[in-house]
Design a protein around this ligand. Structure first.
Ligand SMILES: Cc1cc2nc3c(=O)[nH]c(=O)nc-3n(C[C@H](O)[C@H](O)[C@H](O)COP(=O)(O)OP(=O)(O)OC[C@H]3O[C@@H](n4cnc5c(N)ncnc54)[C@H](O)[C@@H]3O)c2cc1C
Length: 292
């Protein structure tokens, strides 16, 4: 399959990329790893007149920690995120998500920014990032804005990103003491698999053996966007961690999920998996709290 014809731009700075996108508007598409964009162009689903590559902008691939905030450049690859010491130490759910995405070949190309802008309901980056309360920095030629990730994704393939903007970075605050998190992805195969259900959780307790003071459960593949479960949060907060509590949180999350029947699995099966995986993820997250 051949790519349709387009004009190729290779800016070397974020400012230059924003200027080009500002001038071209909807005629242009931003290119990062190309694992979604080029596939869609080859399938003739998209035919932009201009493609603006971010590959030469070194600053967009950086992963930095400063003043308790982890900043992941939009062009950081899944493989680099999975191997980042800062991510492994503080954000294990994100590390698992990055290491489960696609295959080694895909992980060496796929970027975090491209994954978020593609906004696929089954994508591996949004649930762990949302469980940590991540936000995204969007930049255009006229300035920048920071948006909570939960407000960024609006529907399948839909985000609040404007044609003249690039997603510049993802921001994560370092979790408080006595926090733990985990990510579970269920597919039919082990690798190169679109999730049937994916669950990310994060909890913070008052201290060793203490009550849960903050908890979030985010469900992927069971709604048009990744879904935060307010009912699971209500079950968790203020209670002492236990397997029975985590099971109750799983039941609450299943009630908040909105799966549909499709050729891969029934809605009922997916809801049952939300319940089970939420429980397992919470148990693993709590083990991580205890091993601090
Ligand atoms: C074989 C295969 C297996 C896959 N398996 C998985 C999987 O298991 N889990 C999963 O989550 N995904 C999977 N994917 C999907 C894909 O790899 C990811 O969505 C990837 O992270 C997209 O990033 P990219 O850098 O390749 O984006 P691109 O393809 O370059 O871009 C994707 C979209 O984002 C836009 N874009 C990219 N970067 C920016 C930016 N910084 N600012 C503004 N717009 C931007 C592009 O214009 C385009 O619309 C798979 C894909 C393939 C081909």
């Amino acid at each position: 399959m051949l790519l349709p014809k387009f004009e190729f731009h290779e800016p070397e700075t974020v400012e230059e990329a924003c200027r080009i996108l500002g001038e071209l508007g909807e005629k242009a598409k931003t290119l990062a790893g190309g694992t979604d964009l080029l596939v869609n162009m080859k399938k003739k689903l998209l035919a932009p007149e201009h493609v603006v590559s971010l590959d030469r902008i070194a600053s967009l691939a950086e992963i930095d920690v400063s003043n308790g905030t982890l900043k992941i450049g939009a062009c950081a690859k899944a493989a680099d995120i999975a191997e980042s010491k800062a991510v492994i130490k503080e954000f294990p759910a994100l590390q698992t998500g990055a290491s489960k995405l696609g295959s080694p070949l895909i992980r060496n190309l796929a970027t975090i920014g491209g994954n978020l802008v593609s906004a696929r309901p089954a994508a591996d980056f949004p649930p762990p990032l949302m469980a940590y309360g991540a936000s995204v920095v969007l930049r255009s030629g006229t300035g920048q804005r920071t948006v909570a990730l939960s407000d960024f994704i609006e529907g399948p393939g839909q985000t609040v990103l404007l044609p003249e903007e690039i997603l510049e970075a993802v921001l994560l605050e370092k979790p408080e003491a006595y926090s733990g998190s985990a990510y579970y992805k269920l597919g039919i195969r082990e690798a190169l698999e679109i999730s049937l259900v994916n669950i990310a959780v994060s909890i913070t307790t008052d201290g060793p053996g203490g009550a849960i003071k903050a908890g979030s459960v985010v469900m992927g593949s069971v709604g048009p966007t990744p879904l935060l479960s307010p009912s699971a949060e209500k079950v968790l907060v203020g209670e002492k961690p236990s397997e029975a509590l985590f099971l109750a949180a799983g039941e609450a999350a299943a009630m908040d999920s909105k799966p549909i029947d499709d050729f891969r699995a029934s809605a009922g099966y997916k809801r049952a998996m939300v319940k089970e995986l939420t429980k397992r993820a919470l148990l693993q997250a709590y083990e991580r709290v205890c091993s601090e």
